[in-house]
Design a protein around this ligand. Structure first.
Ligand SMILES: CC(C)(COP(=O)(O)OP(=O)(O)OC[C@H]1O[C@@H](n2cnc3c(N)ncnc32)[C@H](O)[C@@H]1OP(=O)(O)O)[C@@H](O)C(=O)NCCC(=O)NCCS
Length: 203
C-alpha cells in the first residue's frame, strides 16, 4: 500500500477531530464555508449551512490541526480547516415502514491533507453519531465521476441505490448511496439487511 499512498508516511497523528457546537459558529463557520467552497460543485448560501448546523451541529465533525499551527483569532496565521463533514438526521416516510434516515450533506478534505484517512475518520464519526441517535440508514449523493468519494464510501459499506441523471447544476450525474445500519424483519420473519438497491426507485 505504501507505494500507492506514499503520503501516509507523514500521517498527521496530531490532528484532532471535534464536534461542532453553536458557540463556535463565529470561529468555525467561515472556515467550513471556505473549505467546502474550494471543492464542491454546488454553491451553498449561508442559510444552507445554518439549516444543517443549527439543527444537527452535533452531526458535524471537523478535523483540526495542532494548536500551534491553528490560530483562528490570529491574523498573522491564515487559518484553514483540513476537513469537515456536515449531516442531518430525520424521519423518512416514503417507505411503507418509516425509517430514521441520516444524510451526509457535505464532506470535504483540503487538497494538501488528502490520503491521510481524514475523510474516513470524519465519516466514521458521523455514522457512529447517527447510529447512536437511532438511525436506520445513512444516505448521500455523490458525482458519478468522483472516484475518490465513491471508493471511500463503498469501502465503508455504502451501496449504490439509484443513479440520478444530470443531478448537479454543472450537468453531471450522481449516485445515491445508502448504508444500512439495522437489519429488518422481512415478510417471512427472517432477519435480513433491508436491501433497497436493484430497481433504483426505493429512495
Ligand atoms: C473525497 C475526499 C473527501 C476524500 O478525502 P481523504 O481524506 O483524502 O480520504 P481518505 O484519506 O480517508 O481516503 C482516501 C484514500 O486513502 C486511503 N487511506 C487512508 N488512510 C490510509 C492509511 N493509513 N494507510 C493506507 N491507506 C490509507 C484510503 O484507503 C483511501 O484509498 P482508496 O479509497 O483509494 O482505497 C476528498 O478527496 C475531497 O475532499 N474531495 C473533494 C470534495 C468531495 O469530493 N467530497 C465528497 C462529495 S460526496
Amino acid at each position: 500500500m505504501a507505494d500507492q499512498h506514499p503520503v501516509h508516511s507523514a500521517l498527521p497523528t496530531e490532528l484532532r477531530y471535534i464536534q461542532y457546537t453553536h458557540s463556535q459558529e463565529k470561529k468555525y463557520l467561515p472556515l467550513i464555508r471556505a473549505l467546502i467552497k474550494e471543492d464542491l460543485s454546488e454553491p451553498y448560501s449561508i442559510y444552507v449551512y445554518r439549516y444543517f448546523l443549527y439543527q444537527w451541529g452535533d452531526l458535524c465533525y471537523m478535523a483540526i490541526p495542532p494548536t500551534s499551527s491553528f490560530s483562528p483569532n490570529n491574523p498573522a496565521v491564515p487559518p484553514s480547516l483540513p476537513g469537515v463533514v456536515v449531516c442531518k438526521l430525520e424521519p423518512h416516510t416514503s417507505h411503507s415502514s418509516p425509517t430514521l434516515r441520516g444524510y451526509i450533506a457535505m464532506l470535504a478534505v483540503s487538497a494538501k491533507w488528502r490520503n491521510h484517512g481524514i475523510a474516513t475518520e470524519l465519516v466514521k464519526r458521523a455514522i457512529d453519531a447517527m447510529r447512536e441517535r437511532g438511525a436506520d440508514e445513512v444516505v448521500l449523493e455523490t458525482e458519478e465521476e468522483n472516484v475518490p468519494a465513491m471508493k471511500l464510501y463503498e469501502r465503508l459499506g455504502f451501496l449504490r441505490s439509484k443513479k440520478l441523471h444530470r443531478y448537479y447544476l454543472n450537468g453531471s450525474s450522481a449516485y445515491r448511496l445508502i448504508l444500512h445500519l439495522k437489519e429488518v424483519e422481512d415478510m417471512t420473519g427472517d432477519r435480513r439487511v433491508d436491501d433497497m438497491h436493484g430497481d433504483g426507485n426505493m429512495i
